[in-house]
Design a protein around this ligand. Structure first.
Ligand SMILES: [Ca+2]
Ligand SMILES: [Ca+2]
Length: 303
């Protein structure tokens, strides 16, 4: 009897040990994954910081203009860092139309920017009647800008109610919350529009032909195409060069709506390590009056 009990105890102990081992190995697997994730996240942070360094280095030596031929515009495909692969790229956010331009610092609607936005939307096949809804989302008041606008009264009536921001958009994804902007419309617009903290001009050296055409409707489309096709090798280097090349352009647009340099870049970093992939993006501002200094405005994970 004693022998049988002893055998039983050994068997239970053995199976308990097996059970504990398998639990431990599952836990160990989780720890490995969490560690790899944390490490990949650190690499992503380091990558964004490195991008900030690239922007500031460019500011020290760019000679007053920014173009796609410069070092910052060259993506890094896959840089091995210890066990990880790090890839990254920088894009000029001032190659896009800044939706926050629609409402000026004086809190009034900018009629000129509204026209630009309407032309841009129309050229992309997006109803231009969606523009007043953005104006109302941004402007401080709760009065409808036009009958096509939308303020609290509309948003509070939704099945999951919220209020209009009534302040400049922080990220362009806020479009999803604005009346009339379904995922299809937002996806169509996103390559061409942005949301930056201050009024910005569009950099002709990086903007798409659609954005330039929306700002300068009097320029022949072929001329804009020709410029876009050749600008990497021969960018415009000053606002004087913009006026010289495009005499049809109203002087008020040069420097105010169109420029040759930028202060806002979007950095994207992807890290893959073991089975873990982490992506992160950040908006980087380079100080216009101190181009050697670059700061991160926001940083977020990308899923
Ligand atoms: Ca409003
Ligand atoms: Ca309003």
């Amino acid at each position: 009897m004693a022998a049988i009990t002893a055998l039983l105890i050994v068997a239970i102990a053995a199976s308990a040990a097996m059970y504990m081992l398998s639990q431990q190995s599952a836990l160990l697997g989780q720890v490995v994954l969490v560690t790899a994730r944390a490490q990949a996240d650190l690499y992503a942070r380091a990558g964004i910081d490195w991008a900030r360094g690239v922007v500031s280095a460019d500011g020290k030596g760019s000679g007053g203009f920014d173009s796609l031929g410069e070092a910052w515009a060259q993506p890094i495909a896959a840089l091995p860092v210890e066990r990880a692969l790090v890839a990254g790229s920088l894009a000029d956010e001032q190659g896009k139309f800044n939706l926050n331009n629609l409402v000026g610092a004086d809190k009034k609607v900018s009629a000129n920017d509204e026209k630009i936005a309407r032309r841009l939307f129309a050229s992309l096949g997006v109803p231009e009647e969606l523009v007043p809804a953005i104006v109302d989302w941004i402007d401080a008041d709760s009065d409808l800008y036009t009958t096509a606008g939308a303020e609290d009264a509309y948003y509070l009536g939704l099945s999951r109610p919220y209020r209009a921001a009534n302040q400049p958009m922080v990220q362009v994804e806020e479009l999803h919350r604005i009346r009339g902007f379904d995922p299809k419309v937002v996806a169509r617009l996103k390559p061409f529009v942005t949301a930056l903290p201050v009024r910005t001009a569009v950099n002709v050296n990086t903007a798409s032909a659609e954005v330039i055409a929306a700002i300068a409707p009097d320029l022949p489309t072929e001329e804009i195409r020709r410029f876009v096709d050749t600008r990497t090798a021969s960018p415009l280097k000053s606002i004087q060069q913009i006026s010289e090349r495009w005499k049809a352009l109203p002087l008020s647009a040069v420097g105010n709506d169109l420029d040759v340099k930028t202060s806002y870049f979007l950095a994207r970093v992807q890290v893959s390590q073991d089975d873990v992939q982490v992506a992160s993006e950040a908006l980087i501002e380079r100080k216009a009056n101190n181009p050697g200094v670059a700061a991160i405005i926001w940083r977020r994970p990308v899923y």
